[in-house]
Design a protein around this ligand. Structure first.
Ligand code: ZN
Length: 401
């Protein structure tokens, strides 16, 4: 799989436009009251974080990032009784992991957050007996989660599926249960065309064609595949996940085609529900969210719902499998198709689902070359095939979890 990822990267990116942000620096300071670790990233990147036990550690995964070889496998001792060392490594081709080895019995709380100009991630760790940390967004360390303690819950759920101590993944994964029902959501419809290409091709039509082809592939494989719309009608964003919940779907896949004001930009990206610091993701989400009756003033509640969503890790895994297979399939017809990666984004349509949920942007309608491809049955079938392959890879991974 590593070889494949490397191959895809080499097909889509020359060294000078490697989409990964290079991490070249890690800093740490021990103050009387707390220890601060800073990773300098420079470019906006998604990250997740969580706790692992035996031995105790706090980890942060920076997505779409690569480690400068100088830092690979480095560890840094810390002169504080509650932290033994800090380590950093390239966890996968596109993920850099920072680990802080801590003694949870000796720390009171910690915070993981980002700062801008330049973009950097910060971890502050407060030992017992220190002055209290700033009240917002701190995570009480080593205590059982309390009902309503949203920050704690969110962090708890950012688990590493490969860690034997995991306690946050779904029952389905732990028991290796199969996926029976997939709800496929063709974006937009009826009076809402979604994005429109220069030649007039409407996103709603592309989305539906791919969704119908995907339904056939899934049904042929014995999976119950249900569409949120089967014709050119509009369905409210909230209603789409209501359908998925009513059908007790195991997975929710929303299909879209991208538009970007830079008409040269092209490629494929897959989203899971998360907060994003990336302005272009926020712009895309605003466009996709426009059919919702919600307004921007409700951003606060979307953030709370994201924090409550307990399927972030699984949605990320599903998005990764779909993204990889979709790029691979489309490259058969469009060899230079760009792999824009897996990202978090605040998409309304992903909020209500009680199952792992992703939104796929299969290509750009705003890019003339991709629009021409999106008109063809061949490219649509390849997109459906790629998404199907990704879903099947994810399902097979459940048995091994
Ligand atoms: Zn759309």
């Amino acid at each position: 799989m590593l070889l494949l990822t490397a191959l895809v990267l080499s097909l889509t990116a020359s060294p000078q436009d490697d989409p990964r942000a290079e991490i070249v620096n890690l800093r740490r300071y021990t103050h009387p009251n707390f220890t601060r670790v800073v990773i300098d990233i420079g470019k906006l990147r998604e990250y997740t974080f969580g706790e692992l036990r035996d031995p105790g550690r706090i980890y942060i995964d920076v997505l779409q990032a690569k480690l400068n070889p100088i830092l690979q496998g480095q560890s840094y001792p810390v002169k504080a009784g509650y932290i033994s060392q800090i380590r950093v490594s390239q966890k996968t081709t596109s993920t850099v992991r920072l680990v802080v080895d801590v003694d949870f019995s000796r720390i009171q709380s910690y915070r993981v957050y980002h700062l801008f100009d330049p973009y950097r991630l910060v971890v502050d760790i407060y030992p017992h007996g220190a002055s209290p940390a700033p009240a917002q967004a701190q995570v009480p360390a080593g205590k059982p989660p309390r009902p309503g303690d949203k920050v704690q819950s969110a962090v708890k759920r950012q688990v590493d599926p490969n860690d034997p101590n995991l306690n946050g993944t779904s029952l389905a994964r732990q028991l290796g249960l199969g996926v029976r029902t997939v709800v496929i959501d063709p974006g937009h419809g009826g009076p809402r065309p979604g994005s429109i290409g220069k030649s007039g091709l409407q996103e709603k039509e592309v989305n539906l064609a791919i969704a119908l082809a995907l339904r056939k592939l899934l049904r042929d494989a014995g999976i119950d595949a249900i569409l949120t719309r089967e014709s050119d009608v509009d369905v409210g964003l909230d209603d789409r996940t209501v359908i998925a919940n009513q059908k007790r779907a195991d997975l929710f896949v929303s299909i879209h085609a991208n538009a970007h004001r830079d008409r040269k930009r092209g490629g494929v990206e897959t989203f899971f529900l998360n907060i994003s610091p990336d302005p272009s993701v926020i712009e895309l989400a605003a466009a996709e969210n426009a059919t919702s009756t919600k307004n921007i003033g409700e951003m606060k509640s979307i953030l709370e719902k994201i924090v409550q969503n307990n399927k972030i890790q699984e949605s990320y895994d599903l998005a990764s499998a779909i993204q990889k297979n979709l790029v691979k399939a489309l490259a058969r017809d469009l060899p230079a198709v760009q792999n824009l990666g897996v990202k978090g984004g605040p998409f309304w349509v992903l909020i209500g689902g009680e199952m792992p949920s992703v939104l796929v942007e299969v290509s750009h309608l705003s890019n003339a070359k991709e629009e021409a491809r999106l008109k063809t049955a061949k490219y649509r079938d390849l997109a459906a095939r790629g998404i199907y392959d990704g879903i099947m890879e994810y399902i097979h991974s459940l048995g091994k979890g």
